[in-house]
Design a protein around this ligand. Structure first.
Ligand code: 4AD
Ligand code: MG
Length: 478
């Protein structure tokens, strides 16, 4: 009869020793025929199991290899060795599942991130991916805690949607039609009336528009779910499937929205620093190690935890788009023609511009607001100048845009005019327009790219390494 194993994180913190314990996990290393370093994923630290080689003959011992699953009962005792406070004197050991040392890919040595991406089903067993996923989990928890404690209502917006007006990127189509032989209408076009939903449907790019409807009923809501964008961006900042956190608040203007965004990201960073200190310490060391051979200019300007503390200690810089353009046009790289893309009022900021502002000019998170109407979505509230909208982007060092948001256009006439200008059929979004007809009020919201936040907190350079199974062009393995 097996007993329910305790989590290694708890055993390592146990205030009592010389007590019977039960543990199970995967072998990290086995040395001197005697010492097993065991990990169960609850913490990055291993639990040392000590076995008596007399009791376990060669043919059993040779099955204790890296990656094997084992179950053990024994006594938790103070450890005489260095490196751990306690260890387990094993009384009963069972090898649950062997891991053939010839073929098991996760050996106790450094593997490249590219290699591990191909072994995404096993990379969670590495110290690095264990740390990343625990940090990710805690961030998700902190997000819910933050909003729940502030009285926000968690709203589940649909994943399948018929809206294709958001303009947030290419969408993935959802259909049950026979693609080899689709039904056609009189004009010879595919007849979506015969499709599952009776119209063309897609995977959502954002829950915002639906969240707005409930913000105008419940006051403060947030969504936190998967979003999908079929843009063919093979970058270290884009995924085809990513998670987005989108609060939406009635009776909140753009400046209140910036305050909320800043308070929110500081809260979740503070929480994860408090709750996952060992994982962050490990991630910090990894980053230092990884950047050791880079020239100074390419290294992170601060160690990971100092960077996080810096974000907590400083108020985010807030500038208008117009001010940002001015700063950029007066900058050295602009004057020396070092920017690849033009800097001109009316054009969108490229990531090289955003990075200059955040990393070189201000050396701090920056919120840019009041963007030209032409480069932003139809739903953003028009300013009195008639040229700019109440948009805001939060830019983070090393990441670029981490949050995008706005105050929404609440005036029906202005909204309809904007939709017309942008070629969006108000009939298709009749319910969205309805909100402006019945009890309309000023309101705001934003979207935080969850993986970009996990990247920032873990210091991982590639977004594909902060989600268990990344989805990107030509990759949907696992
Ligand atoms: O700026 P975006 O497109 O904003 C919206 O979708 C709004 N509807 C949000 C709102 O106001 N409720 O996306 C928001 C954030 C970006 O700032 C970025 O962090 C992240 O989502 N993001 C991505 N993250 C990973 N992969 C992608 N392809 C992403 N596209 C956007
Ligand atoms: Mg954006």
């Amino acid at each position: 009869m097996r007993k329910q194993p305790q989590r290694i994180a708890e055993l390592l913190e146990s205030p009592r020793t010389n007590i019977p314990v039960v543990t199970a996990g995967w072998v990290k290393t086995f040395r001197n025929d005697r010492f097993i370093a065991l990990n169960d994923g609850s913490t990055l630290e291993n639990l040392q199991l000590v076995i008596d080689p007399e009791k376990y003959p060669e043919d059993i011992r040779k099955k204790i290899t890296t990656g094997a699953a084992v179950y053990a009962e024994g006594e938790l005792v103070p450890s005489p060795g260095k490196g751990q406070a306690v260890e387990v004197q094993v009384e009963k050991l069972e090898i649950l599942g062997e891991a053939d040392a010839e073929t098991y890919p996760i050996q106790p040595k450094r593997h490249s991130l590219e290699f591990l991406r191909e072994k995404a089903h096993l990379r969670g067993r590495t110290t690095l991916f264990g740390a990343i996923m625990r940090v990710r989990s805690r961030l998700a928890y902190a997000i819910h805690t933050y909003f729940q404690e502030k009285g926000f209502i968690y709203l589940h917006t649909p994943i399948i949607t018929a809206i294709d007006a958001e303009g947030a990127g290419q969408m993935f189509q959802v259909t049950t039609l026979d693609l080899e032989n689709p039904p056609r209408n009189e004009e010879g076009k595919v007849d979506y009336k015969k499709d599952f939903f009776g119209k063309k449907a897609n995977l959502t790019v954002s829950g915002q528009l639906e969240a707005e409807t409930y913000a105008m009923a419940l006051g403060q809501v947030y969504t936190f779910g998967p979003t999908f964008r079929a843009e063919n961006s093979n970058t270290t900042r884009h995924l085809a499937e990513f998670w987005m956190v989108e609060p939406e608040v009635a009776f909140l203007d753009l400046h209140g929205n910036m305050d909320l965004a800043e308070d929110f990201v500081k809260y979740i960073i503070r929480d994860v620093m408090k709750e996952r200190p060992k994982d962050l310490e490990f991630l910090e060391k990894r980053l230092l190690q990884e950047e050791k051979n880079l020239p100074q200019a390419k290294r992170s300007p601060m160690p990971l935890r100092e960077k996080l503390q810096f974000v907590l200690d400083n108020r985010f810089v807030r500038i208008t788009y117009t001010e940002a353009i001015e700063i950029l046009r007066n900058s050295k790289p602009f004057k020396k023609k070092k920017f690849q893309y033009p800097v001109e009022w009316g054009l969108d900021l490229q990531s090289e511009h955003e990075r200059y502002l955040v990393e070189k000019h201000f050396k701090s998170p920056v919120i840019i607001y009041d963007y030209p109407a032409r480069i932003k979505a139809f739903y953003m509230r028009l300013n009195d100048d008639g040229k700019t909208v109440r948009a805001m982007d939060v830019l983070f060092p090393g990441i670029g845009e981490i949050i995008g948001g706005s105050q929404r256009e609440e005036r029906p006439d202005v909204l309809l005019k904007k939709m017309e200008e942008m070629g969006i059929d108000p009939e298709e979004l009749w319910w969205y327009v309805d909100l402006r007809r019945y009890g309309t009020a000023y309101h705001s919201g934003f979207g935080l790219g969850f993986e970009r936040m996990v990247q920032f907190v873990t210091g991982m350079g590639n977004i594909r390494d902060v989600i268990p199974f990344p989805r990107y062009p030509k990759n949907a393995e696992f």
